[in-house]
Design a protein around this ligand. Structure first.
Ligand SMILES: *Cc1c(COP(=O)(O)O)cnc(C)c1O
Length: 425
C-alpha cells in the first residue's frame, strides 16, 4: 500500500523515523515517500502494458517539481490543467510529447504557450475553445493534436464537487454533439482532431463507471472512423481510487481487468491521468497538538495544521486517517479505517487554529488519548494537500520533505513571514 509504517510504536517513512524529520523541519510538514510514488506509478504502467498506454500523472494532485522530475524519470507523462502546471512540468524536464492539457477555461496565452511547447494533445472542452485553438495555431503557424472531452453522462458516486462526467456539470461536450464537431473540424490541416477524452470525476470506488464510459464512447469512435476520420487516442482520465482506508478501493489491476478487454484490438492508444491513486498515500501531513479542551460533551484536539494546509475535510468532507506518531505498541494501527480500531479510545474533533468552523481535520474521531506537544500523522495527504494549501490567516506554508530509503531532503522549504509580503513590495 505505502511505505509509512510503525516500528516499535514509532512511525517511520520508509527507513526514517518521522520524529527525526520533525526535529529537523518543524511542524506542520508534508512528508513524502519516494518508493510509494514509484511503486504506484509502476503498478499502473504494468497493469495496462498489454495495450499501448501512456500514463500521464495529474499534476494538480501533487505538483512539487522534484516529485514531477522523479515521475518523469520513471517514464510518466503529465496531465496539466493550467499554464502554470505546464511551466512546472517543463522545468521538471518532462517530454512535452507526453503532456496532455485539459481544463474548461484555457486562456489564449495558455493555448499559445502549449502550442509553442509542442504538447501531445489538447483535451478540448467546448466548440469555442476548439475554434480558438485553431485560430491561434493558424496565426502562429503551429500544429496541434486535439482530443475532444466528451461528457459521457455516466453516474459516478462521489462527492458532488468531484463528479465531472454528468450532463449538469461544466465539463466536456455533450456526447450527441461530438459527431457534428468532428464533421466540421475533423479534417483541419493544422489542428488534428484525433481522439476522445473522458474524465468522470475523482474519488470513486468502482470500476463500473469506467466500463460504462468506454461502452458509450466505443460506438462513437466506430461511427467517426466509418466517416474516414482517424481516431488514434482514447484518454480515460483519472479518478481511480486511492486507499484513504485500507483495502477500500479497486487496485490498478482491477481497473485494467475491467477496461482492457473492451479496448483490445481497437487500435487505440490509451491515455490515463491518475492523480491521487499515484500520490495520495505517498504523503502524510505531520502536525503537533497545541491544546486539548473539553467543550460541553465535545473533546477538541487543537493542532498546528489547519484547513489552509489540508482543505479536503472542509471542502469535500473527506476522510483522512489520523493517528499519533508515537503510540504504545498495543495501539499500533493494523489498518487505516474510520471504524473503531481499539477499545477505550477517546472520541475527538481534530481542529486547526484558523478562525472558521470548517477548520477541522477530523470530526468525532476515535483516537488514543493525546496531550500538548504530541505529534499526529494525517495519512494519505499526498494528493490535493500541499497543492490546495493557502496562506489564509497569514500562515506561512509548511515544508515538503522527500524520504528516500534511509535519507530525506527538503524539497520545498517552509515559507517565511517575508515570503508572505514579498509580492506586495
Ligand atoms: C483532477 C483530474 C485528474 C486526476 O484526478 P484524480 O482523482 O486525482 O485521479 C485527471 N484528469 C483530469 C482532467 C482532472 O481534472
Amino acid at each position: 500500500m505505502d511505505h509509512f509504517h510503525y516500528k516499535f510504536g514509532r512511525l517511520f517513512a520508509e527507513e526514517v523515523e518521522v520524529r527525526q524529520i520533525v526535529e529537523a523541519v518543524g511542524t506542520p510538514c508534508y512528508i513524502y515517500s519516494k518508493a510509494t510514488f514509484l511503486d504506484h506509478l509502476a503498478k499502473v504502467q504494468q497493469a495496462y502494458s498489454p495495450i499501448g498506454t501512456l500514463v500521464c500523472f495529474s499534476v494538480k494532485a501533487c505538483a512539487n517539481i522534484h516529485i514531477l522530475r522523479l515521475l518523469a524519470e520513471a517514464g510518466s507523462g503529465f496531465d496539466v490543467v493550467s499554464g502554470g502546471e505546464l511551466f512546472r512540468v517543463l522545468k521538471a524536464g518532462a517530454d512535452p510529447k507526453k503532456v496532455v492539457y485539459a481544463g474548461v477555461g484555457k486562456t489564449d496565452a495558455e493555448i499559445r504557450q502549449a502550442l509553442n511547447a509542442g504538447i501531445a494533445y489538447f483535451n478540448v472542452e467546448s466548440e469555442q475553445e476548439l475554434q480558438v485553438v485553431i485560430d491561434i495555431a493558424e496565426q502562429d503557424r503551429r500544429s496541434a493534436k486535439v482530443a475532444l472531452r466528451v461528457n459521457p453522462d455516466v453516474e459516478y458516486q462521489t462527492h458532488a464537487y468531484t463528479a465531472t462526467g454528468q450532463k449538469q456539470t461544466k465539463f466536456g461536450i455533450d456526447i450527441d454533439r461530438i459527431l457534428a464537431i468532428f464533421q466540421q473540424y475533423g479534417r483541419h490541416p493544422r489542428v488534428r482532431l484525433c481522439g476522445l477524452h473522458v474524465h468522470l470525476g475523482s474519488g470513486g470506488k468502482l470500476t463500473s463507471p469506467y466500463v460504462e464510459a468506454v461502452q458509450k464512447v466505443l460506438p462513437l469512435i466506430e461511427v467517426l472512423r466509418k466517416q474516414g476520420l482517424m481516431i488514434e487516442v482514447l484518454d480515460l482520465g483519472g479518478g481511480y481510487g486511492a486507499e484513504y482506508e485500507s483495502g477500500s478501493v479497486p487496485l490498478p489491476e482491477d481497473y485494467a481487468a475491467a477496461i482492457l478487454p473492451l479496448l483490445e484490438g481497437q487500435g487505440l492508444r490509451l491515455i490515463l491521468e491518475p492523480g491521487k491513486s499515484i500520490c495520495a498515500n505517498a504523503g502524510i501531513l505531520v502536525t503537533r497538538v497545541l491544546y486539548t479542551k473539553q467543550s460541553g460533551s465535545k473533546r477538541f484536539v487543537i493542532v498546528d495544521a489547519g484547513m489552509n494546509d489540508l482543505i479536503r475535510p472542509a471542502l469535500y468532507d473527506a476522510f483522512h486517517f489520523i493517528w499519533p506518531v508515537e503510540v504504545p505498541e498495543e495501539l499500533v494501527p493494523v489498518r487505516r479505517s474510520r471504524r473503531l480500531l481499539f477499545e477505550g479510545l477517546e472520541t475527538v474533533d481534530v481542529v486547526g487554529p484558523i478562525c472558521e468552523s470548517a477548520d477541522f481535520l477530523a470530526k468525532d474521531r476515535p483516537l488514543p488519548r493525546v496531550q500538548r506537544s504530541d505529534l499526529l500523522a494525517v495519512f494519505t495527504a499526498g494528493a490535493y494537500g500541499f497543492t490546495m494549501s493557502s496562506n489564509y490567516n497569514a500562515r506561512p506554508r509548511g515544508p515538503e520533505v522527500l524520504v528516500d530509503k534511509d535519507g530525506f531532503r527538503i524539497i520545498r522549504r517552509r515559507e517565511t513571514y517575508q515570503d508572505l509580503i514579498a509580492p506586495e513590495q
